[in-house]
Design a protein around this ligand. Structure first.
Ligand SMILES: NC(=O)C1=CN([C@@H]2O[C@H](COP(=O)(O)OP(=O)(O)OC[C@H]3O[C@@H](n4cnc5c(N)ncnc54)[C@H](O)[C@@H]3O)[C@@H](O)[C@H]2O)[C@@H](O)CC1
Ligand SMILES: Nc1ncnc2c1ncn2[C@@H]1O[C@H](COP(=O)(O)OP(=O)(O)O)[C@@H](O)[C@H]1O
Ligand SMILES: [Mg+2]
Length: 279
Protein backbone atom coordinates (compact mmCIF):
# COMPACT_ATOMS: atom_id res chain seq x y z
CA UNK A 1 0.00 0.00 0.00
CA UNK A 2 1.31 3.42 -0.92
CA UNK A 3 0.17 6.50 0.97
CA UNK A 4 -0.42 9.56 -1.21
CA UNK A 5 1.92 12.39 -0.27
CA UNK A 6 2.01 16.06 -1.25
CA UNK A 7 5.49 15.82 -2.81
CA UNK A 8 4.27 13.18 -5.28
CA UNK A 9 1.13 15.09 -6.19
CA UNK A 10 3.17 18.22 -6.89
CA UNK A 11 5.08 16.28 -9.54
CA UNK A 12 2.00 14.60 -10.98
CA UNK A 13 -0.46 17.49 -11.32
CA UNK A 14 -0.60 19.11 -14.76
CA UNK A 15 1.61 22.18 -14.86
CA UNK A 16 1.07 24.86 -17.49
CA UNK A 17 3.80 27.22 -16.40
CA UNK A 18 6.22 26.57 -19.25
CA UNK A 19 3.81 25.57 -22.02
CA UNK A 20 4.20 27.50 -25.26
CA UNK A 21 1.92 27.92 -28.25
CA UNK A 22 -0.86 25.80 -26.78
CA UNK A 23 -4.61 26.27 -27.11
CA UNK A 24 -7.70 24.81 -25.49
CA UNK A 25 -7.50 21.67 -27.63
CA UNK A 26 -4.19 20.78 -26.00
CA UNK A 27 -5.89 20.48 -22.60
CA UNK A 28 -8.44 17.84 -23.35
CA UNK A 29 -12.15 17.57 -24.08
CA UNK A 30 -14.41 16.36 -21.28
CA UNK A 31 -17.90 14.98 -21.75
CA UNK A 32 -20.04 14.74 -18.61
CA UNK A 33 -23.33 12.84 -18.76
CA UNK A 34 -25.97 13.05 -16.03
CA UNK A 35 -28.46 15.27 -14.27
CA UNK A 36 -31.94 13.88 -14.88
CA UNK A 37 -35.03 15.66 -13.51
CA UNK A 38 -34.40 17.06 -10.04
CA UNK A 39 -30.68 16.27 -10.18
CA UNK A 40 -29.39 19.23 -12.20
CA UNK A 41 -27.03 20.16 -9.40
CA UNK A 42 -25.09 16.90 -9.48
CA UNK A 43 -23.75 17.30 -13.01
CA UNK A 44 -23.43 21.09 -12.67
CA UNK A 45 -21.07 20.50 -9.73
CA UNK A 46 -19.12 18.02 -11.87
CA UNK A 47 -18.98 20.57 -14.69
CA UNK A 48 -17.71 23.32 -12.44
CA UNK A 49 -14.92 21.07 -11.16
CA UNK A 50 -13.97 19.92 -14.68
CA UNK A 51 -13.76 23.47 -16.02
CA UNK A 52 -11.93 24.87 -13.00
CA UNK A 53 -9.39 22.05 -12.91
CA UNK A 54 -8.41 23.20 -16.40
CA UNK A 55 -10.11 20.97 -18.99
CA UNK A 56 -9.74 22.71 -22.34
CA UNK A 57 -13.35 22.08 -23.40
CA UNK A 58 -16.20 20.73 -21.31
CA UNK A 59 -19.54 19.51 -22.66
CA UNK A 60 -22.43 18.42 -20.46
CA UNK A 61 -25.20 16.10 -21.65
CA UNK A 62 -28.07 16.85 -19.30
CA UNK A 63 -31.83 17.41 -19.31
CA UNK A 64 -32.62 20.32 -21.68
CA UNK A 65 -34.59 22.04 -18.92
CA UNK A 66 -31.30 22.23 -16.95
CA UNK A 67 -29.28 23.99 -19.63
CA UNK A 68 -29.99 27.51 -18.41
CA UNK A 69 -29.07 26.55 -14.84
CA UNK A 70 -25.84 24.99 -16.14
CA UNK A 71 -24.99 28.05 -18.21
CA UNK A 72 -25.70 30.50 -15.45
CA UNK A 73 -23.37 28.63 -13.08
CA UNK A 74 -20.73 27.43 -15.58
CA UNK A 75 -20.95 29.44 -18.82
CA UNK A 76 -17.68 27.90 -20.04
CA UNK A 77 -19.43 24.52 -20.47
CA UNK A 78 -21.39 23.52 -23.58
CA UNK A 79 -24.65 21.60 -23.30
CA UNK A 80 -26.32 18.71 -25.08
CA UNK A 81 -29.81 17.33 -24.46
CA UNK A 82 -29.85 14.04 -22.54
CA UNK A 83 -32.48 12.81 -25.00
CA UNK A 84 -30.28 13.25 -28.07
CA UNK A 85 -28.44 9.96 -28.34
CA UNK A 86 -27.03 10.79 -31.76
CA UNK A 87 -25.31 13.98 -30.59
CA UNK A 88 -24.08 12.30 -27.41
CA UNK A 89 -22.60 9.53 -29.50
CA UNK A 90 -20.87 12.06 -31.80
CA UNK A 91 -19.50 13.92 -28.77
CA UNK A 92 -18.14 10.69 -27.23
CA UNK A 93 -15.93 10.25 -30.32
CA UNK A 94 -14.37 13.70 -29.81
CA UNK A 95 -13.74 13.35 -26.08
CA UNK A 96 -10.53 12.77 -24.17
CA UNK A 97 -12.48 11.83 -21.04
CA UNK A 98 -16.10 10.71 -20.67
CA UNK A 99 -17.66 10.71 -17.18
CA UNK A 100 -21.15 9.34 -16.72
CA UNK A 101 -23.44 8.89 -13.74
CA UNK A 102 -24.05 11.83 -11.41
CA UNK A 103 -27.82 12.27 -11.22
CA UNK A 104 -28.30 10.19 -14.38
CA UNK A 105 -31.03 7.95 -13.00
CA UNK A 106 -31.34 4.25 -13.68
CA UNK A 107 -34.36 4.12 -15.99
CA UNK A 108 -34.47 2.78 -19.54
CA UNK A 109 -33.17 6.01 -21.08
CA UNK A 110 -30.24 6.02 -18.65
CA UNK A 111 -29.50 2.38 -19.48
CA UNK A 112 -29.51 3.20 -23.21
CA UNK A 113 -27.09 6.09 -22.76
CA UNK A 114 -24.88 3.88 -20.58
CA UNK A 115 -24.75 1.21 -23.31
CA UNK A 116 -23.96 3.88 -25.90
CA UNK A 117 -21.01 5.03 -23.79
CA UNK A 118 -19.71 1.48 -23.21
CA UNK A 119 -19.90 0.80 -26.94
CA UNK A 120 -18.34 4.12 -27.95
CA UNK A 121 -15.36 4.72 -25.68
CA UNK A 122 -12.04 3.46 -27.03
CA UNK A 123 -8.64 2.63 -25.58
CA UNK A 124 -7.14 6.08 -26.11
CA UNK A 125 -9.92 7.65 -24.01
CA UNK A 126 -10.63 7.65 -20.28
CA UNK A 127 -14.01 6.54 -18.97
CA UNK A 128 -15.21 7.43 -15.46
CA UNK A 129 -18.26 5.63 -14.06
CA UNK A 130 -19.82 7.24 -10.99
CA UNK A 131 -23.10 7.19 -9.06
CA UNK A 132 -26.01 5.82 -11.15
CA UNK A 133 -23.66 4.49 -13.83
CA UNK A 134 -22.29 2.17 -11.12
CA UNK A 135 -25.80 0.92 -10.39
CA UNK A 136 -26.30 0.30 -14.11
CA UNK A 137 -22.98 -1.56 -14.24
CA UNK A 138 -23.99 -3.61 -11.18
CA UNK A 139 -27.09 -4.82 -13.05
CA UNK A 140 -24.91 -6.23 -15.80
CA UNK A 141 -21.88 -7.18 -13.65
CA UNK A 142 -19.90 -7.10 -16.88
CA UNK A 143 -16.15 -6.78 -17.34
CA UNK A 144 -15.11 -3.63 -19.15
CA UNK A 145 -13.01 -3.98 -22.29
CA UNK A 146 -11.54 -0.43 -22.51
CA UNK A 147 -8.02 0.33 -21.31
CA UNK A 148 -8.71 3.27 -18.98
CA UNK A 149 -11.83 2.86 -16.88
CA UNK A 150 -12.19 4.42 -13.43
CA UNK A 151 -15.00 3.50 -11.02
CA UNK A 152 -15.67 5.91 -8.14
CA UNK A 153 -18.06 4.13 -5.75
CA UNK A 154 -18.90 4.91 -2.14
CA UNK A 155 -19.38 1.87 0.11
CA UNK A 156 -23.06 1.47 -0.87
CA UNK A 157 -22.31 1.55 -4.58
CA UNK A 158 -19.39 -0.87 -4.10
CA UNK A 159 -21.72 -3.23 -2.26
CA UNK A 160 -24.10 -3.14 -5.23
CA UNK A 161 -21.23 -3.99 -7.57
CA UNK A 162 -19.56 -6.69 -5.49
CA UNK A 163 -22.11 -7.95 -2.99
CA UNK A 164 -19.65 -7.07 -0.20
CA UNK A 165 -21.21 -5.31 2.78
CA UNK A 166 -19.04 -2.43 4.07
CA UNK A 167 -17.45 -4.56 6.83
CA UNK A 168 -16.31 -7.05 4.17
CA UNK A 169 -14.74 -4.38 1.93
CA UNK A 170 -11.11 -5.23 2.71
CA UNK A 171 -8.14 -4.44 0.51
CA UNK A 172 -7.42 -7.89 -0.88
CA UNK A 173 -10.95 -8.66 -1.98
CA UNK A 174 -11.55 -5.10 -3.21
CA UNK A 175 -8.52 -5.35 -5.45
CA UNK A 176 -9.70 -8.71 -6.80
CA UNK A 177 -13.02 -7.12 -7.75
CA UNK A 178 -11.28 -4.13 -9.35
CA UNK A 179 -9.28 -6.59 -11.44
CA UNK A 180 -12.42 -8.57 -12.23
CA UNK A 181 -14.07 -5.50 -13.73
CA UNK A 182 -10.81 -4.60 -15.47
CA UNK A 183 -10.83 -1.12 -13.96
CA UNK A 184 -9.20 1.17 -11.45
CA UNK A 185 -11.46 1.72 -8.43
CA UNK A 186 -11.60 4.72 -6.12
CA UNK A 187 -13.44 3.46 -3.03
CA UNK A 188 -14.55 6.72 -1.42
CA UNK A 189 -15.06 7.28 2.28
CA UNK A 190 -13.52 9.13 5.20
CA UNK A 191 -10.27 7.68 3.87
CA UNK A 192 -10.34 6.80 0.19
CA UNK A 193 -8.40 3.97 -1.40
CA UNK A 194 -7.48 3.59 -5.03
CA UNK A 195 -7.18 0.02 -6.34
CA UNK A 196 -5.16 -0.30 -9.50
CA UNK A 197 -4.02 -3.53 -11.12
CA UNK A 198 -0.89 -3.87 -9.02
CA UNK A 199 -1.02 -1.27 -6.24
CA UNK A 200 -3.29 0.17 -3.57
CA UNK A 201 -3.05 3.88 -2.78
CA UNK A 202 -4.28 5.42 0.46
CA UNK A 203 -5.58 8.97 0.69
CA UNK A 204 -5.60 10.24 4.28
CA UNK A 205 -6.61 13.83 3.47
CA UNK A 206 -10.14 15.18 3.88
CA UNK A 207 -12.50 15.79 6.79
CA UNK A 208 -16.06 15.05 7.96
CA UNK A 209 -16.98 18.59 6.86
CA UNK A 210 -16.90 17.09 3.34
CA UNK A 211 -19.76 14.70 4.09
CA UNK A 212 -22.42 16.51 2.08
CA UNK A 213 -24.41 15.70 -1.07
CA UNK A 214 -22.53 16.52 -4.24
CA UNK A 215 -19.02 16.07 -2.88
CA UNK A 216 -18.52 12.95 -5.00
CA UNK A 217 -20.03 14.66 -8.05
CA UNK A 218 -17.40 17.37 -7.60
CA UNK A 219 -14.67 14.72 -7.37
CA UNK A 220 -15.86 13.15 -10.63
CA UNK A 221 -15.50 16.47 -12.46
CA UNK A 222 -12.11 17.04 -10.88
CA UNK A 223 -10.84 13.62 -12.01
CA UNK A 224 -12.25 14.21 -15.50
CA UNK A 225 -10.67 17.65 -15.84
CA UNK A 226 -7.27 16.66 -14.50
CA UNK A 227 -7.09 13.36 -16.43
CA UNK A 228 -8.00 15.28 -19.61
CA UNK A 229 -4.72 17.20 -19.21
CA UNK A 230 -2.56 14.31 -17.97
CA UNK A 231 -0.27 12.11 -20.06
CA UNK A 232 -0.44 9.44 -17.35
CA UNK A 233 -4.01 8.59 -16.36
CA UNK A 234 -3.02 7.07 -13.00
CA UNK A 235 -1.02 10.14 -11.97
CA UNK A 236 -3.95 12.34 -13.00
CA UNK A 237 -6.37 10.21 -11.02
CA UNK A 238 -4.25 10.03 -7.86
CA UNK A 239 -3.54 13.73 -7.84
CA UNK A 240 -7.25 14.51 -8.29
CA UNK A 241 -8.29 12.32 -5.36
CA UNK A 242 -5.64 13.84 -3.13
CA UNK A 243 -6.22 17.45 -4.20
CA UNK A 244 -10.03 17.28 -3.71
CA UNK A 245 -9.51 16.05 -0.15
CA UNK A 246 -6.61 18.39 0.56
CA UNK A 247 -8.77 21.40 -0.31
CA UNK A 248 -11.74 20.03 1.65
CA UNK A 249 -9.58 19.31 4.68
CA UNK A 250 -7.99 22.76 4.67
CA UNK A 251 -11.38 24.49 4.35
CA UNK A 252 -12.67 22.31 7.19
CA UNK A 253 -10.21 23.96 9.55
CA UNK A 254 -12.42 27.09 9.35
CA UNK A 255 -15.85 25.73 8.40
CA UNK A 256 -18.40 23.32 9.88
CA UNK A 257 -19.18 22.03 6.37
CA UNK A 258 -17.55 22.54 2.99
CA UNK A 259 -19.53 23.17 -0.18
CA UNK A 260 -18.47 21.08 -3.19
CA UNK A 261 -18.60 24.18 -5.40
CA UNK A 262 -16.15 25.92 -3.10
CA UNK A 263 -13.72 23.05 -3.58
CA UNK A 264 -14.17 23.49 -7.34
CA UNK A 265 -13.57 27.24 -7.03
CA UNK A 266 -10.33 26.62 -5.15
CA UNK A 267 -8.94 24.16 -7.71
CA UNK A 268 -7.16 26.63 -10.05
CA UNK A 269 -5.45 28.37 -7.15
CA UNK A 270 -4.27 25.13 -5.51
CA UNK A 271 -3.10 23.73 -8.84
CA UNK A 272 -1.02 26.83 -9.48
CA UNK A 273 0.37 26.93 -5.95
CA UNK A 274 1.29 23.26 -5.85
CA UNK A 275 2.92 23.04 -9.26
CA UNK A 276 4.82 26.28 -9.75
CA UNK A 277 7.31 28.62 -8.25
CA UNK A 278 4.55 30.06 -6.08
CA UNK A 279 4.89 27.08 -3.75
N1 LIG B 1 -27.58 17.95 -5.93
C1 LIG B 1 -27.79 16.80 -6.55
O1 LIG B 1 -28.38 16.74 -7.63
C2 LIG B 1 -27.26 15.55 -5.94
C3 LIG B 1 -27.50 14.36 -6.61
N2 LIG B 1 -26.99 13.18 -6.17
C4 LIG B 1 -27.28 12.00 -7.00
O2 LIG B 1 -28.23 11.21 -6.31
C5 LIG B 1 -28.17 9.88 -6.82
C6 LIG B 1 -28.12 8.90 -5.65
O3 LIG B 1 -26.85 9.02 -5.01
P1 LIG B 1 -26.50 8.33 -3.60
O4 LIG B 1 -25.08 8.57 -3.31
O5 LIG B 1 -27.52 8.72 -2.59
O6 LIG B 1 -26.52 6.82 -3.96
P2 LIG B 1 -27.55 5.66 -3.89
O7 LIG B 1 -28.94 6.11 -3.56
O8 LIG B 1 -27.35 4.94 -5.16
O9 LIG B 1 -26.92 4.81 -2.70
C7 LIG B 1 -27.12 5.10 -1.37
C8 LIG B 1 -27.18 3.77 -0.61
O10 LIG B 1 -25.86 3.36 -0.30
C9 LIG B 1 -25.72 3.20 1.11
N3 LIG B 1 -24.38 3.61 1.54
C10 LIG B 1 -23.49 2.83 2.18
N4 LIG B 1 -22.34 3.48 2.39
C11 LIG B 1 -22.51 4.72 1.90
C12 LIG B 1 -21.66 5.85 1.84
N5 LIG B 1 -20.41 5.84 2.31
N6 LIG B 1 -22.13 6.96 1.27
C13 LIG B 1 -23.39 7.01 0.76
N7 LIG B 1 -24.26 5.95 0.79
C14 LIG B 1 -23.80 4.81 1.36
C15 LIG B 1 -26.82 4.06 1.70
O11 LIG B 1 -27.18 3.58 2.98
C16 LIG B 1 -27.94 3.92 0.69
O12 LIG B 1 -28.63 2.69 0.91
C17 LIG B 1 -26.92 9.83 -7.72
O13 LIG B 1 -27.30 9.99 -9.05
C18 LIG B 1 -26.13 11.04 -7.28
O14 LIG B 1 -25.27 11.50 -8.28
C19 LIG B 1 -26.12 13.09 -5.01
O15 LIG B 1 -24.82 13.14 -5.50
C20 LIG B 1 -26.38 14.21 -4.02
C21 LIG B 1 -26.47 15.58 -4.68
N1 LIG C 1 -15.96 11.93 6.66
C1 LIG C 1 -15.33 12.20 5.51
N2 LIG C 1 -14.02 12.48 5.50
C2 LIG C 1 -13.37 12.73 4.33
N3 LIG C 1 -13.98 12.71 3.11
C3 LIG C 1 -15.28 12.42 3.07
C4 LIG C 1 -16.03 12.14 4.26
N4 LIG C 1 -17.31 11.89 3.88
C5 LIG C 1 -17.35 12.00 2.54
N5 LIG C 1 -16.13 12.32 2.05
C6 LIG C 1 -15.78 12.49 0.63
O1 LIG C 1 -16.87 13.09 -0.05
C7 LIG C 1 -17.14 12.40 -1.27
C8 LIG C 1 -18.53 11.77 -1.20
O2 LIG C 1 -18.84 11.15 -2.41
P1 LIG C 1 -20.30 10.56 -2.68
O3 LIG C 1 -20.72 9.72 -1.56
O4 LIG C 1 -20.28 9.99 -4.04
O5 LIG C 1 -21.18 11.92 -2.67
P2 LIG C 1 -22.31 12.45 -3.65
O6 LIG C 1 -22.83 11.28 -4.45
O7 LIG C 1 -23.36 13.02 -2.76
O8 LIG C 1 -21.71 13.47 -4.53
C9 LIG C 1 -16.00 11.39 -1.44
O9 LIG C 1 -14.94 11.95 -2.17
C10 LIG C 1 -15.58 11.11 0.00
O10 LIG C 1 -14.25 10.67 0.10
MG1 LIG D 1 -21.79 9.91 -5.49
Amino acid sequence: MQRLELEDIQQWLPNREFDQGTNKRDYGQVLLIGGSAGMAGSIIMSAEAAVLSGAGLTTVATESSHHSALHSRVPEAMALPLNDLFRISEQIKKSTVVAIGPGLGVDERAANIFRLVLAGVEDHQVLILDADALTLLAREKSKLRMKHVILTPHAGEWQRLTGLVPSEQKDKVNQKWANYFGTTVVLKGDESRVYSHDEIYLNKKGAPAMATGGMGDCLTGCIAGICAQSEDVMKGLLSSVYLHSLIGGEKAALQHMVRPIHIAEALPFYMKKLTTSLR
